[in-house]
Structures are given as C-alpha cells and as structure tokens.
Design a protein. Structure first.
Lengths: 319, 529
C-alpha cells in the first residue's frame, strides 16, 4: 500500500515541478511584455538618454530574452534570485523577512479562520435549514461578497479611528514584542478571516450534507446516536477530502492574495514588496515574488492532493 | 488690542486659560480665528518646546527599494529622514534666505566664480569625528563625479576645481554663478565623513538624530544625537520615527487614530472633511511646484505664437484652481516662477481667461481642426479632469481640443518631452536660475517646451553671473514677461504642500521650500505636555 502512495506522491511532486517550470516561463514572458522601459522607469522623469543607455548596459538589458531567461533560471536553481535593479540589494535576503511577515499573518489568519469555518459548518449542518444555519450562511456570504478593501476600511474606521482599540496601520518589525505584533496584525488578520471564511464554511457544510444522505448515516440515526455525534464520528471523516481541498485553496489565498490587504494596512509583507517593485519595473523582484507565489500555490495544492489520497481509501487503492 | 491678546496667549501657554476661552476673547476683540491661532502657537513656542518623548510621522513616498545614500534620495520619505540625520552646508530659511549650517559663511570673488566656504568648527559627526573641510570637499567630489548617479550631479556640473585651505573649502566654477550658496542647500548634499566615499549608505552625518532603524519601505527611526552642534535648537523629541504609509486613506486613519503625529500629502479633495476632525490641523504652504501644459514651440501647429497665445487665453485658471486643487494653490501666469522664489517681481500682469481675445488670436493663427492634448493620471493628481475642463473652456473660444488619455506606464518615457502638447509636473527648484537652466535653456535635455531663444539663454547666463540683486531681479522680470507672452508653457496653477499634524503637535514652521517644514517637521516639532 505504501508503495502505491509513494508512487502517487512522487507523481504529484514531479508534476508540480514541471508546472513550476512552465509558470517560470510564463512569468518571464509576462514581465517582458510589460510596457515601458526598465531603465527609463527607474530614472523616472529625470531620465536623460545617456543615463538610460548607461543603465541598460549595466543591467544587461541588451541581451536577448532567452539568454536572460536561462541566466535567471540558473540563478534561481542555485538559490540566487539576483539583485533588485532599483536598489542593488540582494533579493533573497530582502525577500526573506517579507516572506516571513506574510506567512506570520497568513498563519494567524488561518489559525482563526480554519477551525472557525469548520465548526460553523458543522453547526450549520446540525441545524440545517433552520434559523441558525441561515444566519451563519448569510453572514458568511455577506462578508465574502464585500470586497476585501471595503472590509479593511470598515475595520479601520471602527476599530482604529472611532474606538481606537487596534492600530490602523500594521507596521511590524524585527524584535517587536509578541503582544504588540499580535495587536498590529489584529485588523488585517480579521479582514482576511472574513474574506476566506464563507468559502470554507459553505464547502464544509455541503460536503457533510452530501454524506448525510448515505445509508450508514440513517443506520447511525436509527442506532439513536446524537446528531452532533453522527456528524463528528461518521459524516465528517468521510467528507474530509473536499474540505481539505478548499482549506488548502484558501490557505494559498491567504499567502498570495493578500496584496490589497497588505497595502491597506501598510503591512510589510510580500504583497507590498511586489507592488513597490512592479511600479518600478524591477523585473527580477517581480519574477522572484511571482515564482514564490506560484510555488506556494502549487505546493499547497500538492499537499491537498496527497491529503485527499491518504484520507480516501478509494484513491489509495485505485482499480 | 494685540497687547491684551498677547498677554492672554502667554496665559494659555502656561495653562492658566483654556484655548477655547482664549479664542472666544479673541473673537470678541474682532480678531480672526486664524490670526488668534497663530498668535497662540507663537506663544506656545515662546513658552519653550517640550523635550523628550517619541514623535512619529506617517509619510507617503517610500519604497522597499530605497537606500540611505543621500545621492540617490528621490522620494519624500528619504528626503524627510535625510533631514533628521543629515546636515547640509546651508539650509533655506522659511523666508527664502540662507540659514548657515556647516558652512559658517560663504563668500565670493567679484566675478562670482570662486566661492569660499568657511567651515564651522566644533561640529561632530555621529561617529564622534569632527567635521572638516576635507569631508566637505570629499562630499562635493562624490556628488560631482561624472559617473555618480547623484541627483545633485546636474547642479554641480559647473564646478571646475575644489581645494581645502585651512578651515575653508574653496570651489572654483567654470562660469560665474551668483546662486552658488543656494545650490549648496540641495538636500542631496548631506555632508558625510570622507564624503561618504567609503560607505555612502552608512547614514552618518551631523544632523540632530542618529539613525537607529533603517527598514526601507517600512519604517525609519532615529534617536537624539547628544552632541548635535545646534544643541536644543532642533530635535526636541528623544526619538523620531517615520512609518511609510503610501495609501492616503491609511495615512489619514493613522493620524486620526493617533498612531502618528503628522502626515504629508493630504489630498486636496479631502482637506475640507479633515478640517472638521478634532485635533487635526491642516498645514499648508505655497510651494514652487506647478503643473504645466507644455507646447513645443518648434513643432506645428504650436510654432505659431498666435495659436500659443490663443491657447493661453482660453484657459480658465480660476476654475481649474478651484475644481482641481480645491483652491489649495495659486493661479499661474505662464512662466515657471511664483512668489515663493527669491527675486520674484510681483508686478507682472496676471493673465486672465478671455475667450473673445483667444478667438481673435485663434483666427489670426489660421489654424483649423482639432488640437490633440495628451494627458494621464500620472501627470499630476487630477490631470485628466484638468484636461477636460480645459477642453470646455477652449470650446468657448471656438477652439476644439481632442483629449488623448495615455497610460500611466511609460508616460514619462513616451509622452512627456516627446509629444508636442501634453500635461506634466515640475517640482520647482531653489532658485529662478535653477528652474530656467533646467528646462528653458536651448540645449537643456528637459526643455519640454522646445523653447530655444539665444536671447533668452543670454539673459539666463547674464543673470547667473550678476551679483547685484537689483539688476538680477530686473533681468528675471524681463525673462518672465518674455516667456509669458511668447513661450510654450501654460501654467494653470502652482500647488501647495498640504500636510497635517495631529493632537498636541507644536512648533510647526511652514517653509515654502518643501513639504513638512522643508523636511524638518520631526526635528522642529514637539508634543504638548
């Protein structure tokens, strides 16, 4: 059995790597067709033709695209993401702290949102089609339907400006005391939670409801088990695969989709970093960030696949 | 009357009379609230700054790609932080005169070519070493190096040679330049140990604060430099912090929420709303920045001065000022200088909207068909709306303007200074000579109106070498009139710097040179006890 799983896992990982390579080509091509010239964008309104020519030479922008692609790919494979064009700083080192900040925010948002979504989903199933179910679904759908920047501004307005409970800007830095750090991320984490909550909650509810139609649930009911016990012991374990899938998708969103939230709350994460450098046409940084986002997305999807395989005997023993 | 008010204002400063009572009394005496408030703040200032504490600014204009090297400072955050830790040879005082810093005095030879800067003794760098004339010369050398990427390279190009003579730094110029001392106030020219040649990003100079935190695009911090040469004159807070907040809404909410004490770049459209927020004070000052409509004087159809005149007369400047800047600015007069510059002549007739005369000139020009005007959101805030308002006012004079909205990406490389009629911005320069030499001399790279007049070039150069202020002022007046009546520049308005300070912030001293009290807001202000 374990050999089959290993083979399946190896297949997924290999597929992931191929996908990542394809993405790297896409990212590279995408950054090449951006309008405007890197050198001119860096120098801004103060660009003289000589300065632009000097900078282009210095940045190696005069080589053909494929040469630059393989040079870049080679660097990435050896852990060298290159230097930012605009500041000359090493990308890998400046990205490290940013990535950690983004993961920190995503982690706490996930710690709150995943259990909350699943528990709310379970409760909704327990009281399905009743008032509680409708209330939970309604609120969750409402929070998802609002654009995230609007949720962000609402939170800032009430919690930072009106009541002044939490800071409206979430600047965090190295060596910041843990309590202060948690206070700083309270609002962005809440905003993220509200954004991803409904999707996971609805999926949990739907997946369990699906299982609830099965004959063995009826048997369990006839045995006289309490409804919440039936859901916990019989329905939930069998509905876990789609739930894991949607949880992973949302975790990926927490990491790669936070650009807007980071900008609103001035949170020094990857999104903010990406926006700054897109504006400056800093292609190596955009490529590096794009690649990391793609890796996170693909990685979490592989984990979701594998978890689904492990949780599902039918996938473990394919005919 | 004012004696009584002054007396009362000191009472307020001492805390014996409430601010509200004071303003009530002032109103009873028939004094405007603005004047009463300014009286009050000067009294509070006289009562003495409060020392200590932490002062925080939330600023727009910082990217994670920034570095500390003053030569590469371009955006607002680096500019403001540079004023916290850096020290310059001279600074611009709020009245436009020179405030001598590391240079104790600057003198010139009669031909305005050799300039001698006496370096003040006893100034210390943050690393404990004394500031010497050698450091000054090394700094200028680094910025003047043709290979340097320094933004101050342009203004130092006129330097022929430099040397140290005892406690003096002597600079010889290729051509006379009476503005030399003003050029030394350029904010890039922070004096660094050995000119920063060893490590330009070290963040060491002789300013009121030492660099403690340097997280590009996130935040910067400084702590009071104990041996600051001006002692208590600058740097009242023990610690200062700059938080980079590029989003205008977030900046405003941070100020309202009390997380920062001051912010820059308040959008004109929200100023009137913000004024009502308790504790928040809007700080405005007229700057030298302006938003031009540029016509190429050498490209058809703009090579015809009658058409240029028609296009100038067809602009309703008052309307643009009130609708685009909400009145936070002043109308332009089709030359790039306003009263914020030294040696400005305020007796030049203001050009007004005159559709009839514009129609007359337009007919005389013989042009027919529409005129293409290029604009973009990045030209300046509200540039697209400004183009549309202009289109309407032109229509009243029978001139058809066709607007082309260009993408923001590549606007500065593909449109500005490339297309014959477009919108742009200029940040202004410390002196008139600088502004004219940057963009209105025949061979300038950035001659964005293609204004090529040998006579005008000659006037620029004559004025530059003229040490007699009266004569210079006269030349500048003639140049202004010439540009106004023949140039390719239409100036709807000059903008204002709009900043805001929060509860209890005292000591704000507006300076037309730049935003945030010319970058010194953190060093000048303190929090009311």
């Amino acid at each position: 059995m374990s050999a089959t799983i290993l083979k399946l896992v190896a297949q997924r990982v290999a597929l992931g790597i191929v996908l990542l390579l394809a993405v790297s080509v896409l990212i590279f091509v995408g950054t090449q067709i951006l309008p405007g010239d890197v050198a001119a964008s860096i120098l801004g309104q103060s660009a003289t033709p000589e300065a632009v020519a000097n900078l282009r030479q210095e940045l190696g922008l005069n080589d053909p695209a494929y040469v630059r692609y393989f040079r870049w790919l080679g660097g990435v494979l050896t852990g060298d993401l290159g230097k930012a064009l605009s500041s000359g700083q090493d990308i890998a080192s400046s990205l490290g702290g940013r990535l950690w900040n983004t993961l920190f925010l995503a982690f706490w948002a996930a710690v709150v949102s995943v259990p909350l979504a699943i528990i709310l989903g379970l409760i909704a199933v327990r009281y399905r089609n009743g008032f509680v179910d409708k209330l939970i679904s309604g609120l969750a759908l409402a929070s998802t339907s609002l654009p995230e920047f609007f949720i962000g501004y609402l939170l800032v307005y009430f919690f930072a400006v009106k009541w002044q409970i939490f800071p409206g800007i979430s600047t965090v830095y190295e060596g910041m005391p843990f309590i202060e750090r948690m206070q700083a991320i309270a609002l962005p984490a809440t905003a993220l939670t509200l954004v991803v909550l409904a999707h996971m909650m609805r999926m949990t509810r739907a997946a369990i409801l699906n299982v609830m139609q099965s004959a063995y649930i009826e048997t369990a009911e006839l045995k006289g088990l309490r409804p919440i016990e039936i859901i916990r012991r019989h329905a939930f374990p069998n509905a876990i695969a789609p739930i894991i899938n949607v949880v992973m998708l949302n975790l990926a969103y927490l990491i790669v989709g936070v650009v807007v939230i980071e900008v609103i709350f001035v949170y020094p994460g990857m999104g903010q970093y990406l926006v700054d450098h897109v504006a400056k046409r800093d292609v190596p940084v955009v490529q590096a960030v794009g690649l990391i986002f793609a890796a996170v997305y693909i990685g979490l999807n592989i984990i979701a696949d594998i978890a689904a395989i492990v949780a599902n005997p039918r996938l473990r023993h394919p005919k | 009357m004012s004696n009584e008010l002054e007396f009362l204002s000191r009472y307020v400063a001492k805390g014996k009379l409430s601010r509200r009572d004071f303003l009530g009394r002032a109103a009873a005496l028939g004094v405007s609230a603005t004047f009463a408030n300014s009286l009050l703040s000067s009294a509070v200032r006289a009562a003495g700054p409060v020392k200590g504490g932490l002062l925080k600014a939330g600023l727009q204009g910082g990217e994670s790609s920034n570095v500390l090297d003053p030569a590469l400072n371009l955006s607002q955050v680096n500019f403001n932080f540079g004023k916290c830790w850096g020290e310059l040879l001279v600074e611009l005082a709020p009245d436009g005169s020179l405030d001598y810093r590391i240079a104790e005095s600057i003198g010139s030879s009669p031909d305005a070519k050799t300039w001698t800067m006496k370096i003040r003794k006893g100034i210390e760098f943050h690393d404990g070493k004394p500031v010497t004339p050698d450091d000054v010369v090394a700094t200028l050398e680094r910025h003047a190096d043709a290979k340097s990427k320094s933004a101050a390279l342009g203004i130092l190009q006129g330097i022929d040679s430099m040397k140290v003579n005892g406690d003096e730094a002597i600079v010889t110029l290729k051509d006379p330049n009476a503005d030399f001392p003003y050029l030394m106030a350029d904010y890039h020219l922070v004096i660094q140990p050995n000119g920063g040649k060893d490590n330009p990003n070290a963040g060491i100079s002789a300013g009121p604060y030492k660099v403690t935190v340097n997280e590009p695009g996130v935040r910067y911090g400084g702590e009071k430099f104990a041996n600051y040469w001006q002692g208590d004159k600058l740097g009242h807070a023990d610690q200062v912090e700059i938080v980079v907040i590029n989003d205008p809404t977030a900046r405003m909410s941070a100020l309202q929420g009390g997380q920062v004490n001051m912010i820059n770049r308040v959008e004109p459209k929200i100023v009137d709303l913000i004024k009502r927020v308790p504790g928040v004070t809007i700080q405005t000052v007229s700057g030298r920045g302006f938003y031009p409509f540029n016509m190429f004087c050498d490209t058809a159809p703009f090579d015809n001065n009658d058409l240029r005149m028609a296009l100038k007369l067809a602009m309703d400047r008052e309307e643009l000022l009130s609708k685009i800047l909400r009145g936070y600015g002043s109308v332009g007069n089709d030359f790039p200088i306003n009263e914020a510059y030294p040696l400005f002549s305020n007796d030049i007739e203001q050009r007004k909207f005159d559709p009839d005369k514009a129609a007359e000139y337009y007919k005389k020009s013989g042009h027919s068909g529409s005129i293409l005007l290029r604009t973009s959101d990045v030209a300046f805030p509200g540039a697209v709306d400004a183009a549309q308002l202009y289109q309407q006012s032109c229509a009243k004079a029978g001139i058809t303007i066709e607007i082309k909205r260009e993408p923001g990406d590549g606007y500065w490389s593909e449109v500005w200074n490339k297309q014959p009629f477009s919108l742009s911005y200029w940040g202004g320069r410390p002196t008139q000579d600088q502004m004219y030499s940057t963009a209105y001399i025949s061979n300038a790279d950035w001659n964005d109106t293609r204004w090529k007049r040998p006579q005008f070039d000659k006037m620029i150069i004559t004025a530059r070498g003229e040490l007699d202020e009266g004569k210079r002022k006269k030349i500048y007046r003639d140049m202004a009139v010439m540009m106004r009546d023949e140039g390719g520049l239409i100036v709807p308005f000059f903008n204002q710097y709009i900043d805001a300070s929060g509860k209890g912030v005292q000591g704000w001293t507006a300076n037309p040179a730049q935003e945030m009290c010319n970058g010194y807001a953190l060093a000048l202000c303190w929090l009311e006890a």
